[in-house]
Structures are given as structure tokens and as C-alpha cells.
Design a protein. Structure first.
Length: 371
């Protein structure tokens, strides 16, 4: 990872490693280097006009943005990679789309997940099968469908074509197994999580480890571990992981009949999930709050959420000062088509000029354009 983050290393040398460039960062649970390498290679791919490489880099950027809870940036990356693959007649599996849908709690993603498992299994692409099973576990845990999460997480954790997927799936398996009253399965999965995270010494790795250990602990030990998980994950960019720590702590407190304390954690979880757009997990937190005697409102969708992914992407690029021809060149669209999309953006946002984009589109919408 030190070599990949070294700005002195030539881009061409980095290109030959392909998607392997960020695998090491994930194996050592290093979000800072993951972001640095992913953003750098995306920038270098654009500078070099490497159209075969860009969909890979955009997919990885979408992964990172999703994990940070920046769904707008993830949507933008997906829109750009789809524009490139359509223009070049190439194909990349919908890994980013599946992950984002799972985080959002969208059950309409299940046919896509199931078809990916079927098609990848038929063609011997076990990586695709494992990925789809893992994101299924995330989706089902968010929806509180723990039997489904248990089955999917077990299949994803048992396969090892990609080393980092097994620990990630194991974290889902710990939660699903505890909620399904399968302590022996949870204990085995926890051993796998501890083995993968203990040597890394990052807030991401140790925060996840503490959260998983808390699920299998009781009394003061459980409370200490939940607090450690929240403290460590709050120092990362990974807002969804932090929100999940608040949720699990709140659920534990409610089961301990500490309703007032539970409300604090569940309210924090619900607010975080709602602001991110993780509706499945938000509904789970809302249901727990109702049991404590408190009601939580559903999120009000902001006007800018009515923008399509392509409109958000075009708006972000226009905000950065790119002209219609420059935006069209990047997204393989004609200037006239860009103009039409911008008109829709202005109408939906209630503005009249590009200058006003900065006021209504936050920094999240422009992260991809800056990368």
C-alpha cells in the first residue's frame, strides 16, 4: 500500500495491477489508503483516457462512497461507469449497484442479486457468487430478516476466492446468528472476524471487532465493547458502520430494560440511517424506538433526491465549472443532451443558473468530479 500511495510511482506501472490495487487496503482495514489509492487511480485513468480501466476504478470508488454513506457520490460513479460501458460496448458486473441497493434496503434488488448468483455460478465466477451472497446478508440484516441473512452470510463466509469478503461476510454472520439464536455459529464467525481484524490496529478493524464481540457478550463487558465500537467507528468515515453500532447498542439496552438509555442510542441510529438513506436499517431502528415508547418520523425526501443519477452527475460537473461540451465528452453525451439534462436539474432544484448550483448541491455531489 505504501508503494501504491507513493505519488512518484508511474501510473502505467499502477495500471497493470488492475483492481488488485485496493485489495491490500481492504485486507488491512485501512480506509485512508483505500480512499487515496482509489481517488488517485481514478484521476490517472481519466488523464490517460483509459476507458477499459475506468469502469473498474469507478466501481471501486462507488464501493468506497457507499461504505462512507455518501450515496449521491456512489450514484454518480455508477452513472459514469454505465455511460462508459454503453459507449464502448463493454460489460462489468453490477457489483456497485448491488452493494448500494443493499445498503439502501431496496428489496427490488433481490432479482438482480439472484440472477447474479445464478449466472456467476453457471460460469464458474465464484467471486460474483460470494459478492452477491454477502450483499444479500447486508440487505436481510437491515430488513430484520435474520434467517435469510444467516443463510446468505454462511455461504459468503465459507467461500474464499477473495480474502477480504470472508471477514466482511463473517461480521454479517455474527449479527444474523445471534438474532437467530445460533450461538455456536456466531462464535465460529467471531473467531474469523477476530483473526482478520486483530493484526491491523485501525479504528475500522478494531471497531468492527468490538461490535461483533459485544453481540456475544453480557453485562458490563457487552456495554464496554459497544461503547468502544462507537468510539472507534466515530473516528472513521464509515457512517453506516457507526450507525449500526448505535443500533445494536440500543437494541441491547432495550433488552436490558434500560429504555431511557436505549432511546438515546436508537435515536442516534435512526437519525444517522435516515440522513444517509439506509431505509431498511432506519425502519429497524424506528421499530425498536416504538417499543421503548417513542415514535420516530419517516425521513422527508429532499428535492435534490428527485434528481436521477445522471442529472446529479451532470449537475456536479457543471458545479465544477465544466462546459456542456466538456461534460458531454466525459459522459459520452452530446452538448444538446447535456443542456436538456441541465434544464431538468434547474427545474427540479428551483434555480435559474449554474452559479446557484453551489448553494443547492453539497460537497458530496461533487466528490466524484474532483477525484
Amino acid at each position: 500500500m505504501a508503494a501504491f500511495t507513493d505519488e512518484a510511482s508511474p501510473a502505467q506501472e499502477n495500471f497493470r495491477w488492475g483492481w488488485l490495487t485496493t485489495i491490500s487496503a481492504k485486507l488491512i482495514w485501512d480506509e485512508d489508503r483505500w480512499q487515496t489509492v482509489s481517488a488517485r487511480f481514478l484521476r490517472e485513468g481519466r488523464d490517460a483516457g483509459a476507458l477499459a480501466r475506468l469502469p473498474i476504478d469507478l466501481t471501486d470508488w462507488a464501493f468506497f462512497a457507499t461504505w462512507c454513506g455518501d450515496f449521491g457520490a456512489a450514484d454518480d460513479a455508477i452513472a459514469e461507469l454505465e455511460a462508459i460501458t454503453k459507449a464502448t460496448g463493454t460489460h462489468i458486473a453490477p457489483y456497485a449497484q448491488m452493494l448500494l441497493a443493499a445498503f439502501r434496503g431496496q428489496t427490488d434488488a433481490l432479482p438482480l442479486i439472484e440472477s447474479t448468483i445464478r449466472d456467476a455460478g453457471t460460469s464458474g465466477q465464484e467471486l460474483g457468487v460470494q459478492w452477491a451472497e454477502w450483499v444479500s446478508a447486508i440487505l436481510f440484516n437491515g430488513l430484520g430478516r435474520y434467517d435469510g441473512a444467516l443463510a446468505s452470510a454462511q455461504r459468503a463466509a465459507d467461500e474464499t476466492p477473495e480474502l477480504q469478503f470472508s471477514p466482511w461476510a463473517s461480521t454479517e454472520l455474527v449479527e444474523a446468528a445471534v438474532r437467530s439464536a445460533r450461538p455456536e455459529v456466531a462464535s465460529s464467525a467471531l473467531e474469523r472476524v477476530v483473526s482478520a481484524t486483530a493484526p491491523c490496529n485501525t479504528d475500522w478493524s478494531l471497531g468492527i471487532q468490538a461490535r461483533c464481540r459485544a453481540l456475544l457478550s453480557e453485562g458490563e463487558s457487552a456495554e464496554r465493547l459497544y461503547r468502544e465500537a462507537i468510539e472507534r467507528l466515530s473516528r472513521t468515515r464509515l457512517r453506516p458502520e457507526l450507525a449500526r453500532a448505535h443500533l445494536l447498542y440500543g437494541e441491547w439496552l432495550r433488552r436490558e430494560n434500560r429504555r431511557v438509555d436505549a432511546r438515546v442510542q436508537l435515536r442516534a441510529a435512526h437519525e444517522r440511517f435516515s440522513s444517509i438513506g439506509m431505509e431498511g436499517f432506519a425502519d429497524r431502528a424506528r421499530a425498536e424506538l416504538q417499543v421503548t415508547g417513542e415514535k420516530a418520523r419517516k425521513r422527508t425526501i429532499e428535492t435534490r433526491d428527485d434528481l436521477t443519477p445522471q442529472e446529479r452527475q451532470i449537475g456536479a460537473l457543471a458545479r465544477q465549472g465544466l462546459s456542456n461540451p466538456e461534460i458531454g465528452a466525459r459522459l459520452f453525451l452530446s452538448p444538446r443532451t447535456v443542456e436538456w439534462h441541465l434544464h431538468n436539474v434547474f427545474t427540479k432544484l428551483g434555480i435559474r443558473s449554474r452559479r446557484e448550483l453551489a448553494d443547492v448541491l453539497g460537497s458530496a455531489a461533487s466528490q466524484l468530479a474532483q477525484a
